[in-house]
Design a protein around this ligand. Sequence first.
Ligand code: MSK
Length: 634
Amino acid sequence: MNKCHNCSDESLINKAEKEGIDLVWDRHEAMQPQCGFGEQGICCRICIKGPCRIDPYGNGPQEGICGADADTIVARNLIRMIASGTAAHSLHGKEIAKTLLEVAHDEVDSYEVKDVDKLKNIAKKLEIKVEDKSVKELAEEVAYETLKDYTRFEDEPCNWLANTITEQRLSKLEDLDIALNNIESSVTDIMSRTHVGTDADPLNLLLAGLKCALGDYTGMQLSTNLSDVLFGTPEPVISESNLGVINEDAVNIAVHGHNPLLSEIIVDVADELQEEAIEAGAEDGINIVGICCTGNEVLLRRGIPLATNYLSQELAILTGAVEAMVVDVQCIMPSLAKISDCYHTELFTTMPDAKIPGATHVELNPSEVAENAKSIVRKAIKAFEEREQDKVEIPTETSKTIAGFSKEAVVNLLSEIDAEEPLRPLIDNIVNGNIKGIVLFAGCNNTKVTQDSNFYEMATKLLADDILVLATGCAAGAFAKNALMNSHATEKYAGDGLKAVLEILGHEAGLDAPLPPVWHMGSCVDNSRGVDLAVSIANKLEVDLDQLPLVASAPELMSEKAISIGTWVATLGIPVHVGVVPPVTGSSFVTNVLTSDLGDLLGGYFIVEEDQQKATEKLIEIIEKKRDDLNIND
Ligand code: MSK
């Protein structure tokens, strides 16, 4: 199998081989064959009588030592993955909410409310009275209302759940008793009920998983929205992507992870310290580049170029021209420390809950964040003097990238056509078939798939069939690197109907060229932006989300976060394709619930298909069927 879809990555993979450096693909190879029990989810490590494993062929044990069968074990393992994903996203959101509170209380200098209109809109959404209140008073109330979603004892749904989905969906969730009231207790609940000797009913376990996944959704909603308040709501911005954005004549600092609290300040501080870098011999000063979702955050808000996505993070260091890699939380390979050691690159960890042996830890302290950031940038400038020129090999490929499609940005664009009813032009074009439907691509890369290939192959076929593509996270990174986020891609790949719409929108946006056919909506937490757009369309059409010609896909999923995202997307009524088989096949009960019964109950369900061609056909079929059901297919 090829390792990646991208020729700039290929040259660095060869370089690593020559230098005797192991990369993620080598470690994948060394891990073969992978454990078949683990792959099917039928290995139980929940108590220390075990580990136990169920024989999938029926010859050996069909129960663990405690008597748990395959259905119970698979369901328990799955919902523990959901709990982990929910914990990761919701803690990210809690940090942002706490920072907003600190801004309101004048406890931090480096942050401020950048988007006052958004703050007011959020306040209204959360039913907070806006009139006669200062920005800081509003920020305080919004932060407190948000933090209640982490602590509520009453049996009322979370603010950021109830106020961001359709009414019909909320009542469906209430009917099933899964309308989440407290994010953190949903994680605790999973850990408690999956303890040995507690919940053994696979259906009951899975329902708890759905409820917990809604905590992931709630955490994402509040993360996205409060980040917009603090750092600005994205508007379309033009930048570049791929490893070629690393600049040989600059001090290169890569920001990587998820949380924008430090990376935003690094970008500010880098502007201030440009002269120091030039004095150190870097002709072009300081060049910040992004990796994974921190990269997406600063691309959308600051136009910072995106170097790469998850699977090729190590390759950034292999260029020999990255002085510092600054990481926060999630999706950071511990291998980065070892690889940095082979170069002059210094790896900085910044969060108390995400340290890596071999990295330099400079803790992000909210009251001294600018000083923390300056010390990192100055160390990077110093490292520039130690760069070994003979080890530098920077691929030349870059792709023009138009990013920044927040829901607000989409509405602003559309309001140039219809100021009264901005969504009308989009809806009309969906109804008349110029846009047959929408696919939201999300999720990671996985060594089990040639990097970015599923994203690329599926999206280009969908576009040709007049299906608009939205993207977040490493999916967005894949499309950005592979030149699907610019006007040229519209000319090349979009079907006639879609192209005509994107041409008009591009003209209205003053681009003098079509809008890109794949809209970059942001990082993993910004999957909420896709939901916001879908909910607005559904409300306009007076239907629920499961009736829209809308499907989600994570064709290269890898992380527990991707499992929790997929689960809430299905819970909200949207079918979800996954291109890597999740560890559930050891239980036909669990597999059937996820791929079929869930659809009967909530409209959304999982489609497991590793073949990208077949997967694309299935998604198109679902979209056509939804159009038929809405009576909008001629
Ligand atoms: S970074 S969760 S590899 S999308 Fe958001 Fe990428 Fe997946 Fe991490």
